[in-house]
Ligand binder design. Structure first.
Ligand code: ADP
Ligand code: AMP
Length: 215
């Protein structure tokens, strides 16, 4: 089993980078996408999570860890997991170590996407996504080829409820307080690959693929 973690603030480009790694056989696991699916299905978990997500706050550790545990429990030895937006707290990082340790594996690399706050606000306010296939676009930096419909599905794109300037600023604060300490946690473990994410998408993707080498 291979496990790679994409770490970085909201809007650093984790989902955008994941799109190319999926072509290399990784199963892309975004806890944000999993939670938005629960919101769409109007499950009790989704209803509870929506309030926190719309306010830019994190969902409880045991809830997200439980979702990851369910996803990984029946995976074979050749599975390749790419985590995006998980872990987001030290507790989640410790639980992930325990979980993959119990499956006989360890984290192979943590790709840290570095991007300044000024770029992030502009990126998130202009983000558009396809709810059907999860493709990520930007009105200026990565527009779809045909007006404002998804290149893959041909359906209308949507703007996330938490991509408003006020909520983005809140999410950046929560990131600095609760997620940034994971950089040291993984540095100590010797797992960090630092990537400059403040450059054009094509270059960020190429740098990540190069840094991961044959993974
Ligand atoms: P994350 O998954 O880290 O929250 P996304 O991959 O969803 O971030 O990217 C956030 C927004 O920024 C999207 O609209 C995406 O198209 C855009 N974006 C991603 N990477 C870059 C980049 N290197 N330069 C400019 N815009 C980018
Ligand atoms: P994302 O799609 O990664 O930007 O996540 C959107 C929102 O979902 C976050 O702002 C959190 O409210 C919630 N969320 C996603 N992943 C996690 C996680 N690992 N832990 C706690 N909350 C999460």
């Amino acid at each position: 089993m291979k496990v790679v973690v994409l770490l970085g603030p909201p809007g650093a480009g984790k989902g955008t980078v994941a799109e190319v790694l999926v072509d290399k056989g990784f199963k892309h696991i975004s806890t944000g996408d999993l939670l938005r699916e629960q919101i769409r299905l109007e499950t009790p978990l989704g209803i509870e999570a929506k309030k926190l997500m719309d306010a830019g706050q994190f969902v409880r550790d045991d809830v997200v860890v439980g979702m990851i545990r369910d996803l990984m429990k029946d995976s074979g030895a050749d599975a390749k997991f790419l985590f995006d937006g998980f872990p987001r707290t030290l507790v989640q990082a410790e639980k992930l170590d325990e979980l993959i340790g119990s499956l006989g594996a360890t984290i192979e690399h943590v790709v840290q996407l570095e991007c300044p706050a000024e770029s992030i606000v502009e990126r998130l306010i202009g983000r558009r996504t396809c709810e059907k296939c999860g493709s990520v676009y930007h009105v200026t930096f990565n527009p779809p080829s045909n007006g404002d419909v998804c290149d893959v599905e041909g359906c209308a794109l949507t703007q996330r409820a938490d991509d408003t300037e006020e909520t983005v600023r809140k999410r950046l604060e929560v990131y600095a307080e609760r997620t940034a300490p994971l950089i040291t946690y993984y540095e100590v473990a010797g797992l960090i690959l630092k990537i400059n994410a403040d450059q054009p998408i094509v270059d960020v993707r190429a740098d990540v693929v190069k840094a991961l080498g044959k993974v």
